[in-house]
Every structure is written in C-alpha cells, then in structure tokens.
Design a protein around this ligand. Structure first.
Ligand SMILES: [Zn+2]
Length: 327
C-alpha cells in the first residue's frame, strides 16, 4: 500500500528506518532512531493533546504522568482556551490530557493520579450513558454478535474488529436498527456497565478535569443526517449544562472525524474548542480551535513508546506506512 504523507509534516525521518520485528513492542524501536532527538526538539514548539480512553493500568499511567511532569508543561483546557482568546501561544512543551467516552476509570484511576501531581485534564462524555448502567454500544454489539446475535445489514460475522468497522460505516439509522436486531437475536444480553453519574461529573470538574461534550450517543457523525447531527450535539449540550451548572466549552468528535455540520452546530452553541483524533501534534496556538489535533495513547503504552508518540515520530512513521490511526 503506498504511504500517505501528511501535508503538515515538515520534516521526514530517513526512509531506511527499520521495521519492528515480530514480538517486539510496536514502535518501541523508534526510540533508537537517529531522528528522535530532532523530532523531540521540534515537538517542543508544538501542542500535544493526548487522547486516552479509560485507564486500565494506574501504575503505568502514573509513570506517564511523572514523565510529563518532568519533561513537559501540562496545561488545562482553560489554558488552551485562554491562549486562543488572547492570541498568545501556549508555553513550549505544552501537553493537554484528555479522555474520550469517560468510563468510570477516569474517576477511579485517572483522577487520583492526576490530582496527586496537580495535573489538569479534560473528559469527553457520552451524555445518554451518564447515570446509567448501559454498556458502550460497540462493546454491546461485539458481545451480542459473539453470542449468536445477527443483523440483516451485517453479513457473516467476521470477527469483532470487522463487525465494528461495518457498523460504523452504516448510515446511522441502519446502525441503530442493526443493534436492535442483534439484541433480539442474541442468546444473552450484554453485561451492564456502571457509568459515571451526574455528581461524578461535578467531582471531576471540581478537581480540574473539565467535562466536555462527546455527543448524546456516540454515532459517527458523517453517517448521520443533518437533524441527527444537530440533536446529538444540542441534546448532549443541554444535559451537560444542567448537570454542570454551566455550558461545556469543548467538544470531541466521536471516532475523531471532523464534520462541517457539527462545526456549525458547535459555533451556534458557543463552543470554543473541538478535538479530533488524527494522531498529530498541533501548533501551540491552534489555528482552528474547533479542529485541534490529538495524539492517541493508552495507559498501558510503555514509556519508550510514549516518548516517540509525544515527539511526533511514531505518528509520522505510522502515516508513512499507511497504517490506520486508532479511533
Ligand atoms: Zn469516543
């Protein structure tokens, strides 16, 4: 597959970079790449917004935070907002930590680790799940399909990743119908999952984890009609405003993909910040406040790989190799 080179990459590591061998940590070898110091130096002048989901490994997450404390300048969502409003770039090596979907581990694992180091963050929540014990729809679909569930729009079950790719690609009404068909045809229903409650959102917000909008039900917006895009954003906005006592200022695109109709809705509602999941560094003064780049990381990411992601080297190599960025 031909590599795709991002137009935002201004320098290129050598094309002779070795491939990771089988069994070696993905991207771990990059820390030895001669260009890593160059990338690290260049990254000092960029804004790194880290996109986590939950925190499954609190110890590893703590080690990542310690690293950020030593090597970077953790900043808050409000600091990013202020920099944009004042037209003044953030400090060198600025890093903003964000969490998408915000399962309970953000409260139970991430918050203590962040608070102990006084590192701020932001969490983007799926409004219709707050205060429920409903599973994430993608987990539910995988469980149902593995327990005999079938849907007309989903031909032969080709493995969990294949199933999700198919579901996400469907027009949203077909995705919803398929979920319903999976529910009524499966042998068992998916396990319940305790989600954050409205009071947890306030606890997070009071502890410098700002709460942002991640839509009502986490559809892929590009597969939704205009009125659904509007409802997904505005209904979540109303609910969050009620729970938090103030309107959220930031939005993260479900599945990370930009949508112009969403952009218009966000502007109308007064959003100041919007985040993608494009696995890139961005400028320290974001040019497009509603399209801020983020880097994909995980609490289990090793320190070595974490460093190469933070420097922008791992994302650049990944794009060269034409590999999909995790959503
Ligand atoms: Zn999400």
């Amino acid at each position: 597959m031909p590599y795709t080179l991002s137009t935002t990459i201004t320098s290129r590591p050598p094309t002779t970079a070795p491939s990771p061998g089988p069994g070696r940590e993905r991207g771990g070898w990059l820390r030895f790449a001669p260009v890593q110091p160059l990338f690290r130096a260049r990254a000092a002048g960029r804004l790194a917004v880290l996109a986590y989901h939950g925190v499954t490994d609190p110890n590893s997450f703590g080690a990542q935070l310690d690293r950020l404390h030593r090597l970077a300048t953790p900043v808050s969502l409000q600091a990013v907002e202020r920099a944009i409003a004042e037209g003044r770039p953030l400090p060198p090596r600025s890093v903003l930590i964000t969490f998408d979907d915000a399962d309970r581990t953000v409260l139970t694992h991430a918050l203590p680790a962040l608070a102990a180091r006084r590192i701020p963050a932001a969490a983007f929540v799926i409004a219709e799940l707050i205060g429920t014990d409903l599973p994430f729809w993608w987990h539910e679909a995988q469980f149902l399909a593995a327990h005999g569930g079938r849907a007309r729009a989903l031909p032969a079950y080709g493995g969990p990743e294949h199933l999700l790719a198919r579901l996400k690609a469907l027009p949203d009404p077909d995705r919803r119908r398929s979920l319903h068909e999976l529910r009524v045809s499966a042998d068992r229903q998916a396990p319940r999952r305790e989600q954050l409650r409205p009071e947890d959102l306030r606890t997070l917000q009071d502890a410098e984890v700002a709460i942002g909008n991640h839509t009502l039900g986490h559809p892929r917006l590009s597969r939704c009609d205009d009125s659904t895009v509007h409802t997904e954003i505005s209904a979540a906005h109303l609910a969050l405003t009620r729970w938090l006592g103030e309107p959220p200022a930031a939005f993260a695109y479900p599945d990370g993909g930009y949508d112009a109709r969403a952009d218009a809705a966000l502007r109308r509602l007064g959003y100041r910040l919007g985040f993608l999941s494009d696995h890139r560094l961005g400028p320290r003064l974001p040019e497009h406040p509603l399209r801020i780049s983020r880097l994909q990381v995980d609490s289990t990411t090793s320190t070595h790989r974490f460093d190469t992601i933070l420097s922008g080297l791992e994302p650049a190599v990944r794009r060269w190799r034409g590999r999909a960025v995790p959503g």
